[in-house]
Every structure is written in structure tokens, then in C-alpha cells.
Write a protein of this length. Structure first.
Ligand SMILES: [Zn+2]
Length: 60
């Protein structure tokens, strides 16, 4: 997976997430949440997203 587009999401709790969009063959409906409970991304369709924690100011 090298051609996916991604962006950084900065949660209000201070954590930063890399959000990567992935083309899905099957329809997919799901969401990802920060450890604090806030929504990072949700989707419903022929895509899905992977999130990766890149910075956690609360846990250094
Ligand atoms: Zn958060």
C-alpha cells in the first residue's frame, strides 16, 4: 500500500493520528475513534481507513 492518500488528524485531546485512505473491494462501514473516545473518521462505501497514532502528548 504505497499509493494511498493520507492526512494528519489532530484530536482535541492532543494525540495526532495518521489517517490513510484505502480502496476497498467490498463495501465497508465502520469508524475509528481516538483513545479519548472522539471520532477520527467514519466511512460507508467502497473505502476504508487505517489510523496510526503518531504522537501522544499524554503518554510520553
Ligand atoms: Zn483524542
Amino acid at each position: 500500500m504505497s499509493n494511498g492518500s493520507y492526512y494528519l488528524y489532530e484530536c482535541s485531546c492532543g494525540r495526532r493520528w495518521e489517517v490513510r485512505k484505502i480502496r476497498a473491494i467490498m463495501r465497508d462501514k465502520d469508524d475509528e475513534q481516538c483513545h479519548c473516545g472522539e471520532d477520527i473518521v467514519s466511512w460507508n462505501g467502497g473505502v476504508m481507513y487505517r489510523v496510526k497514532l503518531v504522537e501522544d502528548k499524554n503518554n510520553k
